[in-house]
Design a protein around this ligand. Sequence first.
Ligand code: GRF
Length: 217
Amino acid sequence: MAALKLAVLISGRGSNLQALIDACADPLFPATIALVISNVPGVAGLERAARADIPVVVIEHKAFADRAGFEDALNEALAGAGVELVCLAGFMRLLTDGFVSRWHDRLINIHPSLLPAFRGLHVHERVIAYGARFTGCTVHFVRPAMDDGPIIVQAAVPVQCDDDADILAARVLAEEHRVFPLAVRLIAEGRVRIEADRVVIDGARGPANALINPEAA
Ligand code: GRF
């Protein structure tokens, strides 16, 4: 089967893009990155793409009078590259309902919390302030509301009592780099179905054991 053609949309550092680049470097991985789009010029993620010889395009939202014009330019670039699945990897623009419907079930996002908890920005600070004992990350199909949509894969990580936001972010990020390629692989293998706006994954099973934090002394 031909590799699924991905676009990865970024606005910055691009470490999740790097995880996808590394996954796609395996000839057995069932997807390939056809295009990287950044809405911000000069970001580190663009260098990562260039180093991997992946076509890049910078589409600055500021250059457009409105969101519709910006998204038309995105759609033109995506269509031109024959993209089949759009991966939002730290892409810091809200997309209109029109764009989200056009890419319905072909648009995924990674968010650094266990959705639906802690949507939005400054997640790790809020997790610590709330006293949550676990957090994690979620890859989900995108729906019009922010950080909403059918969940494909999640990873849970413990919050330790002396964590600050940076330490916790790093612990979550390491898992983001595992779950994003996993979600793409499952989709590319044709194992992900959506039934009643919920994801069902053929042949998948979850871990056997509960996690408890704090552990008994
Ligand atoms: C990640 O934490 C991702 O979950 C969030 O934005 C961050 C992007 O990091 N949506 P990077 O650019 O992939 O390194």
